[in-house]
Design a protein around this ligand. Structure first.
Ligand SMILES: *Cc1c(COP(=O)(O)O)cnc(C)c1O
Length: 371
């Protein structure tokens, strides 16, 4: 059985003729940089998200860096960020000479909450980067309210949650469009992935949009006139052409992921050792990863068990960011209890758009045989 954490080959097989044609069209056009595919994709993603300006860029890490650069922060300014996330979120903060203030996670959703944010607000805090981890969103409503009250900028890291929505008062808002700026990644394994690197920055603020566009393009205001220090961060036209096709399938892809998660949830509901992923009331879940917790210090036994049964699995994430050598100089925190527990208890199972009932049953049977 072809079990993988993500199966991009089977997904490609189903859309092959369309993708191949789109790639060939770009090659024959020789518009490799910029051009109609890139602007077309930016517009289509903007309307898919409910209407926002989209600036495509080279990857999700660049998106975060450019977003921070656009806020005009001064060296040493503090930025609140979860300690339980992929390194990129905090890395760009440190890279720009800013100071990451790491906060704990909610044990159910694995996300930082508005409470964590409030407790971390202190002199010098200018921004916060909530991360919508594994495909489920932070409750942005109380967080935005508090940010407004304290004049703090909000950058959403939507790299794992594109297509997920905040639900409040019967209304739904796409994650990535609620904060002042949203950032996402099109790394191949993300819910909306291209065939290389890619990313995008979202904002509905006209001034920020203009700054972001300028920063992503060498700080250029018009050709060969540079108003500020920027970077070179572009989405290739070939990647944009691929993303235009895959965007049309994104809701269906996310639905396929949810169906796998539903099957796992019910298969493991009676297993006392396992806590399946919580579904928040305020957010839909697009299951970038299916991450459950294994109790009683048994996670590493589960890893061994799955290895023996040849079931793919992964640990997202094994080390809190404040314990990474790279962040040693930022010594505000050295222990966050929920983050520590998650690093020791989480395990991710295969979840992707091409899983068959047979694969799901096979994985469920082997997980259930763990004792
Ligand atoms: C993937 C990811 C990023 C970085 O995206 P790249 O395109 O790999 O640079 C940032 N934040 C989170 C939470 C991610 O999962």
């Amino acid at each position: 059985m072809n079990l993988q954490m993500v199966d991009l080959r089977s997904q490609y097989d189903k859309i092959q003729s369309e993708i191949d044609q789109a790639i060939l069209d770009v090659v024959r056009s020789t518009r490799f940089i910029g051009g109609p595919e890139v602007t077309g994709f930016a517009e289509e993603l903007g309307s898919y998200l409910g209407g926002t300006h989209v600036t495509p860029c080279a990857n999700g890490t660049d998106a975060l860096q450019i977003a921070l650069m656009a806020l005009g922060l001064a060296p040493g300014d503090k930025v609140i960020v979860p300690a339980f996330t992929y390194v990129a979120t905090a890395e760009v903060i440190a890279l720009l000479g800013l100071h990451p203030v790491m906060v704990d996670a909610d044990p159910m959703s694995y996300n930082m909450t508005a409470d964590h944010f409030r407790e971390a607000i202190q002199d010098g805090v200018k921004a916060v980067v909530p991360v919508h981890l594994f495909g489920q969103g932070v409750d942005m409503e109380p967080l935005m309210e508090m940010a407004r009250e304290h004049g703090i900028h909000v950058i959403e890291d939507t790299a794992q949650a594109i297509g997920a929505h905040q639900i409040s008062g019967g209304k739904s808002h796409a994650y990535g469009t609620i904060g002042h700026i949203g950032c996402t990644s099109f790394f191949p394994s993300k819910n909306l992935g291209c065939y290389g690197d890619g990313g995008a920055i979202m904002t509905s603020d006209e001034d920020l949009h203009a700054k972001i566009k300028m920063i992503a393009n060498h700080g250029q205001s018009r050709r060969y006139y540079h108003d500020r220090i920027g970077v070179n961060s572009r989405l290739d036209a070939i990647q944009a052409a691929i993303l235009r096709i895959k965007l049309k399938h994104l809701d269906k892809y996310n639905q396929a992921r949810r169906a796998v998660a539903d099957a796992y949830d019910s298969a493991f509901a009676q297993m006392d050792l396992l806590t399946t992923p919580h579904r928040s009331d305020h957010s839909t879940h697009v299951f970038h990863q299916y991450v459950m917790r294994v109790a009683d210090g048994r996670r590493d036994d589960m890893v061994k068990h799955l290895q023996e049964k040849e079931i793919p699995h992964n640990i997202y994430y094994p080390v809190p960011l404040y314990k990474q050598k790279a962040f040693a100089e930022f010594s505000d925190v050295d222990f966050l209890p929920v983050t520590e527990a998650l690093c020791e208890e989480v395990i991710a199972l295969p979840i992707h758009t091409e899983m068959t009932q047979e694969m799901i049953d096979h994985i469920c049977n082997h997980v259930q045989s763990f004792s």
